[in-house]
Design a protein around this ligand. Structure first.
Ligand SMILES: C=C(O[C@H]1C=CC=C(C(=O)O)[C@@H]1O)C(=O)O
Length: 316
């Protein structure tokens, strides 16, 4: 198995949530590379009924309550609490599932990833961790969720506005001494599958004497959109309380250091691994979470994870 060493290599990276573990890497010069244009074909989608259980609900709400109590005690400001839901599969067809994901998430990075020692993962993530082309980089602060209904009538509550601005402020503070020309947009509403999120676009210029690609990635990952604030305290809370291993959910994936011979450019495009699932022993394990702040309500946070699982369940 190839592991990523210093982020100067050219290839496809698949990194876990816990940054103490090394990312898995497919170096382009060691692998065959095929590219194909896929059309959006209308694949019939049946409405299945994979219901959540009361126990799943109770367990999730209990961890969310603990998190809210810790936030009220000022142990930390924000934490993202997630869960894993296992769906039994019959006649699973990976290509068909991938096509359905493409159809349902037209503005997401939709992927299938397989390694014989790690397993089969699929996902459709709306969140970019980092895009770098030569010295120009772009990232985003994505948080806050509501079921997508009427874009013109969207109103964000104080809880979501604060939850998202914590992510923006973190990214700004991490980057301000490492980059130049830092630009931060106003938050806007974006659609991902059946949901709306709040997004702030952040861009700037890398200065080779101030930071490398590795330092930039390490300063961003994991952001409070998937971990919390302060980062290490929130991460310890997650590792001690979630009762399962996130593995590659809320890690990142994508192409690194792709050199174009024509334009002589070097491009890296990394995405946060959200709205994803691992296929294992005839089960699809879905991974879903949400940001908890002092104003969170355990019942609503549970509902948010149910909404986030809907499109993934629809493609199974
Ligand atoms: C952690 C997840 O979403 C993140 C990204 C967008 C909105 C989020 C939220 O509203 O909590 C999360 O920060 C997930 O989908 O599992």
């Amino acid at each position: 198995m190839f592991l990523l060493e210093d982020f100067s290599e050219s290839g496809f990276v698949f990194a876990p949530f816990d940054a103490v573990e090394k990312p898995i890497f497919f170096p382009f010069d060691e692998f065959d590379f095929f590219s194909e244009n896929i059309n959006f074909i209308d694949v019939p989608i049946e409405n299945n009924n994979f219901a959540e259980t009361e126990i799943q609900k109770e367990n999730h709400q209990k961890i969310v309550e603990n998190a809210i109590n810790e936030i009220k005690k000022e142990s930390f400001k924000k934490v993202v609490i997630s869960r894993k839901e296992s769906i039994p599969l019959e006649n699973f067809d990976v290509v068909l599932t991938y096509k359905k994901l493409l159809q349902n998430y037209q503005n997401a990075f939709v992927y299938v990833w397989f390694h014989p020692k790690v397993g089969l993962w699929l996902g459709a993530t709306p969140e970019t961790l980092l895009t770098v082309e030569n010295l120009h980089f772009e990232t985003m602060s994505l948080a806050g969720t509501q079921v997508a209904d009427n874009l013109a009538a969207v109103i964000w509550q104080q809880k979501e506005l604060e939850e998202q601005s914590l992510v923006t402020d973190f990214i700004e503070s991490q980057l301000k001494n490492k980059v130049e020309h830092l630009q931060i947009s106003n938050p806007e509403t974006v659609k991902a599958g059946n949901l709306f999120h709040l997004k702030t676009a952040i861009s700037g210029t890398l200065h080779p004497s101030k930071s490398t690609l590795k330092e930039l990635i390490e300063s961003l990952h994991p952001t409070p959109a998937v971990c919390g604030l302060p980062r290490n305290i929130a991460k310890n809370f997650i590792l001690e309380n979630e009762n399962y291993n996130r593995e590659f959910y809320t890690g990142f994936l994508g192409e690194m250091n792709v050199i174009s011979k024509e334009s002589k450019s070097n491009k890296t495009q990394l995405f946060v691994n959200l709205r994803c699932m691992k296929i294992e022993n005839n089960f699809a394990n879905l991974f879903i979470g949400g940001g908890i702040t002092k104003d969170s309500n355990p019942e609503k946070e549970w509902q948010e994870t149910v909404s986030k699982s809907k499109t993934m369940k629809l493609v199974l």
